[in-house]
Design a protein around this ligand. Structure first.
Ligand SMILES: C[S@@+](CC[C@H](N)C(=O)[O-])C[C@H]1O[C@@H](n2cnc3c(N)ncnc32)[C@H](O)[C@@H]1O
Length: 390
């Protein structure tokens, strides 16, 4: 397949577009008629640990990362409230002062030429990856993992490539890879634990957690997405079987106060699971779920509600990408979704709660990188320790 074109109202994760050496093989259409691809994420155990942030994995952008507005789940169109219309003009129909529009009305942003003082790109240039259609014989070859290294070093994930915003969970996001790296680095922390992942998407981080954890509740919303997640867990049974970790795929909607227990609903909760969740969970995970302010509100409200229901103290580990978007309203690069996320962290810390204390701290992303992706400075990890007030 040659160049694939994507519609402007779809979003495409950088992981699928720019990470070299990944094979994107189309294997089927999902229940919504979207093409599903199978990618292999190889654990680079044998490679020298790359602790140098930004130097490893998926190459390097020619444009300094801090200057480059980054695509993301929330940036398909203009950010909510940005005053920016879909045609590249502001909502009053005017282009901002000095703004250049191309023939389609898109904003033309001139890149600053590379200066001699700019640091040299640390890695190979970013190669765009082109999807391929998988034939039946190739599928068999892939199933064997032939030529791709040891099976225990390969995570196989089915995902879609470009989706409307409501289906972003069907793609893999860089935050999931950062979180997976952290889990692999902190294996002792996860050993034998009960873990709950919120907004798990394709399930990659949950799968990695289950290589050491006892039980992982891998949660998200939507039967189609959860079915894809369940399939990914089956595809990676060889990784989790050795440690005896169990992954349970469940629906957990941050916009609902209660867990769904209706047995007629796919991925609903049994009373036994709920009891196990509240009695034993000590680690909560969430990757790349802070792209819409209303959803961020719902996620933190859910996190707080769960923390109050858990029997034990817990630690939440959150990954977030500080996405920079150019808005005509500000005529500047802003990161409103990230600012909203940070305001929630502050709010939690200051919260006068009679029962729980929330201690928030950033986790320096200096741990080894075993998965190939671009660990930019905008990719952050945060830890929230929730303890009873004594
Ligand atoms: C950008 S994706 C991240 C997926 C995955 N964590 C990753 O990093 O690859 C955001 C995820 O949040 C989930 N999500 C959005 N709204 C939700 C809600 N109300 N309740 C639970 N999950 C939700 C989406 O379905 C999606 O899987």
């Amino acid at each position: 397949m040659d160049e694939v074109t994507f519609k402007s109202d779809t979003v495409l994760s950088d992981v699928h577009l720019y990470t070299p050496n990944h094979r994107h093989l189309m294997v089927r259409l999902n229940g919504m008629g979207q093409p599903v691809f199978l990618s292999q994420f190889k654990l680079l155990w044998t490679r020298d640990a790359q602790t140098d942030s930004g130097a490893a994995g998926g190459g390097h952008s020619a444009v300094p990362a801090e200057e480059m507005p980054t695509p993301g789940p929330g940036s398909a169109g203009c950010p909510r409230g940005s005053g920016c219309g879909a045609d590249g003009t502001d909502t009053t129909g005017r282009a901002g002062p000095g703004a250049q529009l191309d023939e389609d009305g898109d904003l033309d942003v001139e890149r600053r030429p590379r200066a001699a003082s700019d640091p040299e790109p640390a890695g190979p240039p970013r190669d765009k990856v082109h999807p391929m259609i998988l034939t039946q014989e190739e599928e068999d070859t892939l199933a064997d993992g032939a030529g791709e290294g040891r099976p225990q070093d390969i995570i196989r994930i089915e995902h879609t490539m470009a989706t409307p915003l409501e289906d972003v969970g069907k793609q893999v996001w860089r935050g999931a890879l950062l979180l997976a790296d952290y889990i692999l680095f902190q294996r002792d922390l996860f050993q034998g634990r009960t873990v709950l992942e919120l907004g798990a998407g394709t399930g990659l981080a949950s799968i990695v957690a289950a290589t050491v954890a006892r039980t992982v509740y891998c949660t998200d919303v939507g039967a189609d997405l959860l079915a894809m997640c369940q399939r990914n867990i089956a595809l990676n049974g060889h990784l989790t079987a050795a440690g005896g970790g169990v992954i349970k795929v469940k629906e957990l909607d941050w916009l609902q106060d209660d867990l769904c227990t209706d047995p007629e609903v796919p991925f609903s909760w049994s009373q036994e699971d709920i009891s196990d969740l509240y009695s034993h969970t000590t680690i909560l995970l969430a990757a790349e779920v802070f792209y819409d302010d209303d959803l961020t509100d719902a996620l933190f409200t859910t996190l707080s509600r769960l923390a109050h229901k858990l029997k034990n103290a817990c630690t939440a580990i959150l990954s977030v990408e500080k996405r920079l978007n150019f808005t005509l309203r500000h005529l500047d690069v802003t990161c409103e979704a990230y600012e909203h996320f940070r305001s929630w962290l502050q709010r939690l810390e200051k919260r006068a709660d009679s029962r729980l204390r929330f201690a928030v701290e950033p986790v320096e992303a200096s741990f080894p990188q075993l998965l190939a992706y671009e660990r930019t400075r905008q990719l952050e990890l945060w830890r929230i320790c929730v303890e009873p007030v004594t």
